[in-house]
Write a protein that binds this ligand. Structure first.
Ligand code: CMC
Length: 428
């Protein structure tokens, strides 16, 4: 053991190996701690726990750095496409032209969904939240493709599951939306690119022509790239944890969708727009809302602000803010929510409470305004996040399974009653 940490417990010294990541991040390997000392570590919310080694995404929250497989998010957002980024995340390298063509063609060939899946939609209430629908349908896919349940499936079978997920989730997402409107669903049009096909299925109507606006398509592609992975966040950790029991990838992704839905995670993008609308209806102004956010007796939080790991700025938010101005200008949209968001941001960034706690706008602060400009309804915002995050979940799952990682099973420190005798009901 060349580098180690020394821990003294009950007067005895123990050495724990230090593991250093490729960007110089240091960790103390506590794998043997309990066996050697009887102690476990305690870290609610895993604020300081490295749950895995990973070669997918690098993030430095202090410096505002985000890289997929070593490529900066800024460069990928500018030069790449979502499917290229998906390939990169899942396979580790940027694809050569022939590889990308093969990957894209395979996804195109799998965009259709088994007609029996359409019947599932009939069971949901009309106003069902599409995230609940998506989680249920992702899980249902395991029943339509039972080969995916076999934990010893071949690499080819895994590849097919990955292709099906990437190909069919946009179809299912748009069907969830169409169903909520009571409109007929659109079938995929495979001559279109990934995002154009999604927009076609979302917005085309049998009664009129629909042409995908290339600016809208590009903006959507960029948003999906920015959401594609974010290392061990709540939903990715959920996918890994669920997947570690060797359940089907479809089920692990379903668990990830459920986890993403919460307002503290991906659900924040819907909450941000709802908050901005509320502020607008209230007459605007930032002071009242910042005061509410700072008041510990008030449950209100400034949605789209703060992040577990970014303590300087969220690089995705920077890109999205610029994209937001660009898209609204190009589409000639004047959204008062954008002015309110900018005013809130400016006020919060010079407010002692937010400065002290290093709270900055996160990816969700401006993304909702873009989604709205693209015509995406509010309760579909988190679904857009899920579609973007899909390659990340898949990559995290594939890495975990490929390395044969053990089932995830944290310990706890029990603080309940000690052994006591059963009391008959008439004596309680
Ligand atoms: N508004 C007001 N106060 C806040 C906010 C906020 N948005 N975020 C954090 N704080 C305060 C919090 O009250 C605490 O104050 P104190 O130290 O006085 O108790 C301090 O800042 C630290 O907050 P925390 O909740 O302990 O931090 P966390 O790392 O556990 O939570 C977070 C991170 C993102 C859940 C939180 O900042 C939050 O609730 N933000 C609003 C929801 C949101 O925008 N979520 C999307 C996250 S980005 C998309 C994604 O990757 O999912």
């Amino acid at each position: 053991m060349s580098e180690f940490a020394e821990i003294i417990l009950d007067g005895k010294s123990f050495k724990l190996p230090i593991f250093t990541g490729s960007e110089g991040e240091k960790s103390i390997d506590i794998t043997s701690l309990r066996a050697e000392t009887g102690y476990v570590t305690l870290d609610s919310g895993y604020k300081n726990t490295g749950s895995t080694k990973s070669a997918i995404t690098f993030l430095d929250g202090e410096k505002g750095i985000l890289r997929y497989r070593g490529y900066s998010i800024e460069e990928l957002a500018e030069k790449s496409t979502f499917l290229e980024v998906a390939y990169l995340l899942i396979n580790g390298e940027l694809p050569a032209k022939a590889e990308l063509d093969h990957f894209t063609t395979r996804i195109r060939r799998h965009t259709l969904v088994n007609e029996d899946m359409r019947k599932i939609f009939d069971g949901f209430p009309v106003n069902a939240h599409p995230m609940g629908v998506m989680a249920a349908l992702a899980s249902a896919m395991a029943t339509f493709y039972p080969g995916s349940i076999d934990p010893n499936r071949s690499p080819e079978a895994i590849d097919l599951t990955i292709t099906r997920l990437l190909a069919k989730m946009p179809t299912l997402a748009t069907w969830a939306y169409k169903n909520s409107l009571g409109h007929p669903v659109n079938y995929p049009k495979n001559s279109l690119g990934y995002c154009a096909n999604f927009l076609h299925m979302m917005f085309a109507l049998p009664v009129e022509d629909y042409e995908v606006d290339p600016d809208v398509e590009k903006a959507l592609d960029t948003l999906l790239i920015l959401h594609a992975d974010h290392e061990q966040n709540c939903s990715a950790s959920t996918v890994r944890l669920a997947g570690s029991s060797q359940v089907s990838l479809y089920s692990a992704v379903s668990a990830g969708i459920s986890s993403l839905w919460g307002p503290l995670h991906g659900g924040a993008n819907q909450q941000v727009i709802e908050m901005l609308e509320k502020i607008k209806e209230d007459g605007g102004g930032s002071k009242k809302w910042l005061d509410k956010a700072k008041d510990k007796d008030d449950p209100f939080r400034l949605m789209g602000f703060g992040h577990r790991v970014y303590k300087n700025f969220d690089p995705r938010a920077k890109i999205i803010k610029v994209a937001c101005d660009k898209v609204l200008n190009k589409l000639g949209i004047n959204d008062p929510a954008l002015d309110i968001a900018k005013e809130l941001e400016e006020a919060a960034l010079s407010d002692e409470y937010f400065v002290e706690r290093k709270l900055y706008p996160n990816v969700d602060f401006y993304s909702g305004i873009i989604y709205r400009a693209l015509g995406i309804p509010t309760d579909m915002f988190t679904v857009m996040f899920a579609l973007g995050r899909l390659p990340g979940w898949i990559a995290q799952w594939k890495e975990m399974r490929g390395e044969g990682q053990p089932i995830g099973r944290p310990r706890q420190i029990y603080v309940g009653e000690q052994l006591r005798s059963y009391v008959n009901i008439d004596k309680r």
